[in-house]
Write a protein that binds this ligand. Structure first.
Ligand code: ZN
Length: 122
C-alpha cells in the first residue's frame, strides 16, 4: 500500500496530466494530434487509446454533457438574472458551446480515458 504522500503526488500528477490532455497510463504522451483528431497510440508508452470495443467512447458523452452544463449554466443564469429573453439566452449559450466544442470534446474523452484507466489499468 503506497504512503499517503505518494498517493497525493500521484493524484497531483494525474490532475496535471488531465489538464494537459496527456496519456492516462504514462501521464506524458499526447492524446490528441489536432482539435478533433486523437492519436491511435501513446507516443511514449504505446497504450492504445481506443479499446477494441464498439462504442468505446460513448461513456465520454456523459462527461461532455456535464462539461456543457458546467460551462453553459453560469452565463445562462447571468443572462436570465439580467432580464434577457429565453431566445437571446439560447442563442448566446448555443454560440458559446459551439465555440467551446473542441475543448469539450477533448476533455470529455480525456476524463473518460483517465476514469477507464483507474478501473481497468490493462
Ligand atoms: Zn502513455
Amino acid at each position: 500500500m503506497p504512503a499517503p504522500g505518494q498517493v497525493q503526488f500521484q493524484q497531483r500528477m494525474r490532475f496535471k496530466a488531465i489538464l494537459k490532455r496527456r496519456c492516462p497510463r504514462c501521464l506524458r504522451g499526447q492524446v490528441f494530434a489536432s482539435a478533433f483528431r486523437m492519436r491511435r497510440n501513446c507516443g511514449v508508452c504505446d497504450r492504445r487509446f481506443e479499446r477494441q470495443e464498439p462504442g468505446y467512447f460513448v461513456g465520454a458523452l456523459y462527461f461532455a454533457y456535464g462539461l456543457a452544463v458546467l460551462l453553459g449554466a453560469p452565463p445562462a443564469a447571468c443572462l436570465w438574472w439580467h432580464g434577457f429573453s429565453m431566445g437571446v439566452n439560447a442563442l448566446v449559450i448555443t454560440g458559446e458551446l459551439i465555440i467551446l466544442s473542441p475543448w469539450i470534446f477533448q476533455y470529455s474523452r480525456i476524463l473518460f480515458l483517465h476514469l477507464d484507466q483507474l478501473f481497468d489499468p490493462t
